[in-house]
Design a protein around this ligand. Sequence first.
Ligand SMILES: Cc1ncc(COP(=O)(O)O)c(C=O)c1O
Length: 426
Amino acid sequence: MSEKLAIHGGPKAKTTPNYPMYPGGLEIGEEEKKQLFEVIDRKYLFRYYGPEQYPSKVRELEERFTEKAGATYALAVNSCTSALITSLVACGVGPGHEVIVSGYTFFASCAAIVAAKAIPVIAEVDETLTIDPDDIEKKITSSTKALLVVHMRGIPCDMDRIMDIAKKHNLKVIEDVAQACGGTYKGQFLGTFGDCGCYSFQYHKIITAGEGGMVVTNDKKLYDRSMGYHDTAACWRPDRFAEERYEGELFCGVNFRMSEITGAVMLAQFSKLDSLLELMRRNQRRIIQGIKDTKGISLRPVHDPEGDVAVCLMFYLDGKEKVLPFVEALKAEGIDASGVFNAGIPDWHIYAHWKHVIEKKTPTSEGCPWTCPYHAGDDVEYSADMNPNTLEYLSRVVHIDIPSQLSLEDCDMIVKGINKVAAELA
Ligand SMILES: Cc1ncc(COP(=O)(O)O)c(C=O)c1O
């Protein structure tokens, strides 16, 4: 006979405290202080100059990032949203263009397209909860300029198929790696398949300085254009007053620069990336080992499990009506679980809640980019139920974060709780 569920008054499966999902954030300590005090002591807070010249922490971070990613160029910026906008602009995305984006991602991926003056076209995800390549093909029009693909909840998209489609239709590819920094696909660093890869160092991410981001590319022109755009007017080109070296090098930009304070904290955090990944992967393996044969639940499939950064565990139940009772029972067992599209809470990672886009809300009454006269073809329209597969998958999935701070004992208790609840409710 199975043990009485905690929700029915039985003993809890997990009796240890839960940790919030701030893997790098919870590890901030002496190394970050040392790096930070160095820039403060030197009064060197701006990456390009100070009262005395010192090597820039931001530049060092970029160098270490390129080396780790196996990429040619990295440009530090102040957020992943900035990185996405910068990459889109660098790739020549703008008025009249459509960009295909996943319907399951943080809203910022979609907002970045609008900020770059292009029109988002929202695609389905498949069972992996990453963009569905079949649906990308269906949504390509003569106005499509780029694909913005998201390595969602730590796992790689199907990069082989995505790159084939992009090649066939001559599309740019921007990878949103905000949730999968350090992940790989067939051994290659995520963010280095497409034209640009974009990372986030916001507090909820694997490594963090509270805010921050990075653009990675192998293309010199894309780097130059990103560099110029993120820095108002390419002020920090080797010779800022020189004529443009090619058409399209110089144009008006914004200020998305990373400060030395952020760079300093990020240098310390970057040194912790591998050990954080190792711990989360160890924990995820332990939990998967304990539930992989459990009846009634099926793990989210992954294109390349080796490349998963293991920030979470996601599994499906066979009916959406089972999810809420399952999650409530897990919580009673002491496990921090959640549903995704049935929790009664609007989750900004699901396109159906992106009211601003669905209703085409814009800051001025002209309605750009949706009314752009350069846009050829039919108007792009949206509705909350336009991607039924995405909603179906998300309504059947259970999500459990895997903080690096969990011990193996914690993981075993999570396994016990899932198995206990599955035996009654799956
Ligand atoms: C998939 C995804 N893309 C983009 C972003 C935006 O990142 P940032 O807050 O650094 O702008 C996030 C952050 O939550 C995200 O999860």
